[in-house]
Design a binder for this molecule. Structure first.
Ligand SMILES: *[C@@H]1O[C@H](CO)[C@@H](O)[C@H](O)[C@H]1NC(C)=O
Ligand SMILES: *[C@@H]1O[C@H](CO)[C@@H](O)[C@H](O)[C@H]1NC(C)=O
Ligand SMILES: *[C@@H]1O[C@H](CO)[C@@H](O)[C@H](O)[C@H]1NC(C)=O
Ligand SMILES: *[C@@H]1O[C@H](CO)[C@@H](O)[C@H](O)[C@H]1NC(C)=O
Ligand SMILES: *[C@@H]1O[C@H](CO)[C@@H](O)[C@H](O)[C@H]1NC(C)=O
Ligand SMILES: *[C@@H]1O[C@H](CO)[C@@H](O)[C@H](O)[C@H]1NC(C)=O
Ligand SMILES: *[C@@H]1O[C@H](CO)[C@@H](O)[C@H](O)[C@H]1NC(C)=O
Length: 352
């Protein structure tokens, strides 16, 4: 066994250190139900308005679930940036910003918070236009307690969002509904989220643009990841999504690898064996990569194991997704096929 026990116990502590359930809604500007005056002010703070063209009046079932998942994510983001802004303006310990231009940081996060409000209202507006159920807010738990860790988390969840919106475009373009106009709309949101993400990366001293082609992990991994920041049982209508999109068991990544071939350590709450399972990586726009797992053991009630990360074979910097799948040694044609075989995931790996 070569596990780094310090990392294991740190990860166990992080799991236990979850903050009190957070639900700031409704905000002082009426969000998520702003009136016309308040909506106008949100637009001013966001740097622009909701699209004012006609919306689809019907959606396919897959188009509906796709928009509901987008709305669930966007309102989580509004909650997160609302709390982050409050921590900064209240000078909460860890959020003093002594090494940053505080005025600029507050301006930037205020813009992002209001942009995310309009993303949420936009997705819900399309659902309403097509007489489909709008997604309501939940309570959240953020595993961060400093500006740096909050920005690192924002970088990660924005990477995950950027890995689901392209697949949403594919759904809108191919499901035969009235949704073709949404492909362009989502393209504008992808660019917008990527502008935010470039800033999150540069705050951490990373090159703003991670890789030539970003990672697409799709709805099942994104939905499972999103639930890690949602208080279980706190969402009034998350069932609309969970009836249609699977949730996997958590895959914990215990060591962040460098941008080179390396070994990564993982844990899950459940059974994994090297003969019945393998680990699959999704990185950039490359085919999924399957590797063997080894050194299966147990620690603190969790199953631990290791797997190689063959970064030098062509992985993208930024987000890589790991998944434990059923079966050993098989290869996968695409991300959907990986999701179909997944038992635990997504393991979130951020490289450079
Ligand atoms: C919107 O709500 C605000 C705050 O409650 C109120 O002052 C304002 O009059 C309302 N505006 C409209 C157009 O209803
Ligand atoms: C805000 O600060 C509190 C107290 O440290 C912390 O629990 C919470 O996760 C922070 N939220 C964000 C978004 O940074
Ligand atoms: C800090 O940011 C504000 C707002 O963008 C700007 O006006 C100011 O010049 C910046 N201060 C420094 C020292 O760069
Ligand atoms: C909207 O959906 C509800 C059920 O969700 C249905 O009762 C109603 O007739 C629908 N309205 C229209 C205009 O399609
Ligand atoms: C593992 O899962 C079981 C059953 O869901 C739960 O009771 C237990 O607390 C979990 N253990 C850890 C370490 O998360
Ligand atoms: C990285 O690992 C792959 C797969 O094991 C191997 O083919 C390649 O030679 C390694 N590259 C380097 C630079 O070590
Ligand atoms: C993914 O691969 C599976 C299995 O080969 C195939 O059936 C499916 O059509 C592919 N999906 C996409 C979106 O290419």
């Amino acid at each position: 066994m070569h596990f780094n026990t310090a990392l294991l116990s740190t990860s166990a502590l992080l799991g236990l250190a979850a903050a009190a359930p957070y639900n700031p809604f409704p905000l002082s500007d009426g969000f998520p139900n702003p009136n016309a005056t308040e909506l106008k002010q949100i637009g001013v703070a966001a740097g622009g308005t909701l699209p004012n063209g006609p919306l689809p009046t019907s959606l396919t079932p897959s188009g509906t679930v796709t928009l509901q998942l987008i709305a669930l994510n966007e309102i989580f983001e509004v909650a997160f940036y609302t709390d982050l802004l409050k921590n900064i303006t209240d000078c909460v310990s860890g959020y003093e910003l002594t090494n940053y231009n505080r005025t600029f940081v507050i301006e930037t996060i205020t813009a992002i918070q209001n942009q995310e409000k309009l993303h949420y209202l936009g997705a819900n507006g399309i659902l309403a236009s097509a007489n489909q159920t709008q997604i309501k807010p939940c309570s959240y738990k953020f595993p961060v307690a400093s500006f740096e860790s909050a920005i690192a988390l924002a970088n990660t969840f924005t990477d995950v969002v950027l890995g689901v919106l392209p697949m949403a475009q594919t759904t809108f373009a191919t499901d035969g509904g009235q949704e073709i106009g949404l492909v362009n709309l989502l393209g504008s949101i992808i660019g917008q989220e990527a502008q935010q993400d470039g800033w999150f990366r540069s705050v951490q001293g990373k090159v703003p643009s991670a890789a030539p082609f970003l990672t697409t992990e799709g709805p099942a991994f994104a939905f499972t990841f999103l639930q890690s920041v949602i208080v279980p049982g706190s969402c009034p209508n998350i069932n609309l999504i969970s009836d249609n999109v699977p949730t996997f068991g958590a895959l914990n990544v215990l060591s962040m690898p460098p941008a080179a071939n390396s070994t990564v350590y993982y844990s899950v709450n459940g059974t994994v064996t090297s003969s019945a399972n393998s680990l699959v990586y999704i990185s950039g726009q490359n085919l999924p990569v399957t590797v063997a797992i080894s050194n299966v053991g147990s620690k603190n009630g969790l199953t631990t194991f290791q797997a190689p990360l063959p970064f030098d074979t062509g992985f993208a910097k930024g987000l890589t997704i790991a998944a434990v799948v059923k079966g050993s040694g098989q290869s996968f044609a695409n991300v959907s096929a990986v999701a179909t075989a997944t038992v635990f995931g997504p393991g979130i790996i951020e490289i450079d």
